[in-house]
Design a binder for this molecule. Structure first.
Ligand code: ZN
Length: 696
């Protein structure tokens, strides 16, 4: 029997259908000598840090085990499913790894395989599309599982690095800051927080500067046109001096005509799709990923979305044109004439074998969409039209630049005529402002034109805008380096050195929001006070450096390509863990106590707020924050664990009724009421008078 492991049940069902495993069983499908089973994401995890160090005090950190063990997830459903998989693996003649074709998918399978302790060889199903044809093709060309060892080592290195750096760093900082809340630190999340905070502060603290520009209106052949003095003047007097010089005539010195072209865009990879969807529809990176995953897995109308390539490979050409044929007859009938252009033109720009690694760009499969939810439909349309644009024509313009001279002041006039709207036909009717024609009169060299008016415009410099998810994603891709759109070559080269991977970026953004460092305000990403404090306190440390994270990411890529040993990376990460942990141990002092405004006032001093830790309630106006209140309520008193209701009663009324279940040192159970003693800032026990106690 051949056993196939998919990453989740829905995918297992699709595969089962193809291999003819039609019988449903508990945790798997079977038939035709196949068993198709599934994981629910990660069933096996790296061991809890407490396995290696029971007391995680500052002195005991960092915890760096020689080797981090694997353990079963604590979730009962996952444990049960693992038992099903293990049993099937033991009975198998051959195992087929059909998890997601990427780093995380590989890790999910390998951990299960290792934990099941089987020796059966395994094969790898590696597909980029979930259509029936693609799955069939994948099964016809199964790979030897061991070919993906480097991918596994890279995945393992990533997981262990996050464990070592993240756990040690977070515990060290949380303990040293002692603010009553967890301060999470991570190899990838912390530089992302820094990017958002730094941009926010830069924007808020920006001091605008005045500058001045000059423009004139000229006239030739009874037609007015605009000409400018190029550049900015920082001083008004200088601008005035130049303006003064401009006379009432200007001589045409030079006319330069050329055709300018805007090249066709590339099909999307995940990050560019997420950025575009955030701009157009305001979707978070996580939402876009989810919609795209549905389109891939459930609807099967786009290819594998977790890709970092914006190119397609040569061997796909026939399929691609087949897809355009299909689109022409069904989904994009109204665009038929433009698809005809695509089919004739055979644009090669998106085809580049060298830039397709594990996966190619995201494109439609040609399959007809049915029953899409609104978000799915919006994302599908983005993918569909980007695919068409990529294979269509560039935008062509006739551009004219006229250089004029007015009393030795150079004036520049520009004209544009849109010759061919090219791929922008897929943007719908509305033209961008920049695509509107700007007409110049028919000027000739040495012609003298009239200067009708001249003017100074006062302007102010503007700060870089606060980051949105779209702009953050771009920055993560280039590890914090701001690049112009023209720098696409450089951006491409930096792709392997970004913060996180396309598949993980959405998750990183969600994590830093959940941990309280960042908030969403409409499309903007705004740091919380904690986020700002975090970055200020850790300033200068490598953990905030996008470049360092980018370098680690690059090394993971090298492991994947077989250019770097797992062990080398792991040793470097261990050394780095020592460094990070030491820095975090010494950085806690600068953090202010976290006080949630929703907290209750302290019943003893009235100045502080009450904070709850798992074991106690205490006043924030305590000696650790230079206060003078010592109020402290342990949640367990005389071996009785107080319920939330009992604690609330005590805190709001100042006392409770008689409670049962206290245990004296002698072992005898007793009853008592609790009462806050304001003078001594503690909780007293009130016992029943003897008589009453007897009657009860
Ligand atoms: Zn107090």
């Amino acid at each position: 029997m051949k056993v196939i492991l998919a990453e989740k049940p829905s995918v297992a069902r699709d595969i089962a259908k193809i291999v003819g495993a039609n019988q449903r069983n508990d945790g798997y499908l079977s038939g035709n000598d196949y068993a198709v089973t599934y994981a629910f994401g990660h069933l096996i995890e790296l061991a809890n840090i407490k396995k290696y160090q029971e007391h995680l005090s500052l002195d005991n950190l960092p915890v760096i085990p020689e080797k981090i063990d694997l353990e079963l997830a604590s979730d009962q459903g996952k444990r049960k499913q693992f038992a099903v998989i293990k049993k099937l693996f033991k009975e198998a003649d051959e195992i087929i790894n059909a998890t997601d074709a990427g780093r995380e998918g590989e890790l999910i399978f390998r951990y299960i395989y290792l934990m099941a302790k089987v020796r059966v060889p395994f094969k790898r199903l590696w597909i980029s599309s979930m259509t029936d044809e693609a799955i069939k093709k994948g099964f016809a060309t199964l790979k030897n599982g061991l070919e993906y060892n480097n991918l596994y080592y890279s995945a393992k290195a990533r997981a262990e690095a996050d464990w070592l750096v993240g756990l040690n760093g977070s515990i060290a900082l949380t303990r040293s800051a002692n603010t009553g809340r967890t301060l999470s630190v991570g190899r990838v999340q912390s530089p992302t927080v820094a990017l958002i905070v730094n941009r926010y502060l830069e924007n808020k603290n920006f001091v605008p500067e005045d500058y001045f520009t000059i423009f004139t209106i000229l006239k030739s052949h009874d037609q007015n046109f605009k000409a400018i003095v190029e550049g900015k003047f920082s001083k008004k007097e200088e601008a005035e001096k130049t303006l003064e010089k401009i006379s009432d005539k200007a001589l045409v010195k030079d006319i330069e005509k050329k055709e300018t072209r805007t090249a066709t865009p590339l099909p999307f990879d995940l990050t560019s799709l997420q950025a575009e969807a955030n701009k157009k529809h305001g979707y978070s990176a996580q939402e876009t990923l989810q919609f795209a995953q549905n389109l891939y897995e459930r609807h099967k109308i786009i290819t594998y979305p977790r890709t970092d390539s914006r190119y397609l490979s040569k061997d796909m050409i026939n399929d691609i044109y087949q897809t355009f044929e299909t689109l022409k007859s069904y989904q994009l009938k109204s665009y038929a004439q433009h698809l005809e252009v695509i089919l004739e033109r055979k644009n090669k720009r998106p085809i580049n074998d060298k830039k397709v690694t594990d996966h190619h760009a995201i494109i439609p499969t040609g399959k007809n969409p049915q029953g899409l939810a609104e978000g799915e439909r919006n994302i599908y349309k983005l993918v569909l039209f980007q695919f068409c644009k990529a294979f269509h024509k560039p935008v062509l313009k006739d551009s004219t630049k006229v250089v004029l001279d007015s009393n030795e002041v150079e004036l520049i006039a520009r004209g544009n005529i849109l010759k061919d709207i090219g791929f922008k036909i897929f943007d719908g009717k509305k033209l961008d402002e920049e695509d509107e024609d700007t007409l110049l009169p028919p000027l000739e060299k040495d012609e003298i034109t009239d200067v009708i008016s001249k003017e100074i415009e006062a302007k102010k410099t503007k700060p870089l805008p606060i980051l949105t998810e779209a702009s953050l994603l771009k920055l993560m891709e280039t590890a914090g380096k701001l690049l112009d759109d023209e720098d696409s070559e450089l951006a491409e080269a930096m792709k392997e050195k970004g913060i996180g991977t396309p598949a993980t970026r959405a998750g990183i953004i969600e994590t830093i929001i959940r941990r309280g460092y960042i908030k969403r305000e409409k499309k903007k990403l705004i740091p919380s006070d904690l986020g700002i404090e975090f970055v200020k306190n850790l300033e200068g440390f490598a953990i905030l450096s996008p470049k360092l994270t980018g370098d680690w990411e690059h090394k993971l890529k090298q492991i994947e390509k077989g250019e770097l040993e797992y062990k080398t990376f792991n040793d470097q990460i261990k050394a780095y863990t020592h460094q990070v942990t030491d820095q975090m141990k010494n950085s806690g002092k600068g953090f202010t106590q976290f006080v949630d405004p929703n907290l209750q006032d302290c019943p003893v001093c009235g100045k502080g707020k009450l904070k709850h830790s798992p074991k106690s309630v205490f006043c924030t106006n305590n000696k650790y924050s230079n206060g003078d209140c010592n109020f402290y309520l342990p949640k367990t008193i005389a071996k009785k664990k107080l319920t939330d209701n009992q604690i609330q009663e005590l805190l709001t009324k100042g006392e409770t009724g008689f409670l049962k279940g206290f245990v004296a040192k002698s072992g005898n159970k007793f009853e008592a009421a609790l009462k806050i003693n304001k003078e001594k800032a503690k909780v007293d026990m009130i016992f029943r008078p003897r008589e009453e106690a007897k009657n009860n």
